[in-house]
Design a protein around this ligand. Structure first.
Ligand code: HEC
Length: 112
């Protein structure tokens, strides 16, 4: 286990202790440092994807919790539609997809 995932566990514990009444930005869109290094292959792309996710993807609605939807729903339904809504370039859409899939694949984040 790396120290990164240890930090992630602590952050998750604090988030859990803070109660579930309101979801934080870190819970809805976990920072790249919280994504398990096992799935965090291309950090630059995932990082760009997260930046877009918390800024341009939150222009029309609040930051949607990534883990609220299944991988299938994201890939087949949400991402193609929302990338178009956001006028993302192909590489920007790929970055957002890489971020979402990294969050969904992270065993550290999906402990709940
Ligand atoms: C131009 C406005 C706009 C932008 C920009 C936008 N969205 Fe949306 N989004 C919507 C609207 C409107 C809905 C609800 C209606 C729908 O599902 O089409 C929605 C719904 C959603 C949902 C819920 C889907 C569901 O089935 O319940 C998710 C998740 C989402 N958006 C993610 C994103 C992501 C990720 C991005 C950035 C790539 C993004 N949105 C950018 C307008 C936007």
């Amino acid at each position: 286990m790396s120290s990164k995932s240890g930090l992630a566990r602590m952050l998750l514990l604090f988030a859990a202790l803070a109660g579930a009444s309101c979801i934080t930005l870190e819970e809805a869109a976990p920072p790249v440092a919280m994504i398990s290094s096992m799935v965090n292959k291309n950090t630059a792309e995932i990082s760009q994807g997260r930046d877009i996710y918390v800024t341009r993807c939150a222009k029309c609605h609040s930051v949607e919790p990534v883990t609220k939807y299944s991988r299938e729903k994201w890939v087949q339904d949400i991402l193609p539609e929302m990338a178009e809504e956001t006028n993302l370039s192909v590489s920007e859409a790929e970055a957002v997809k890489a971020y979402v899939l990294a969050v969904l694949a992270s065993p550290v984040i999906n402990v709940r």
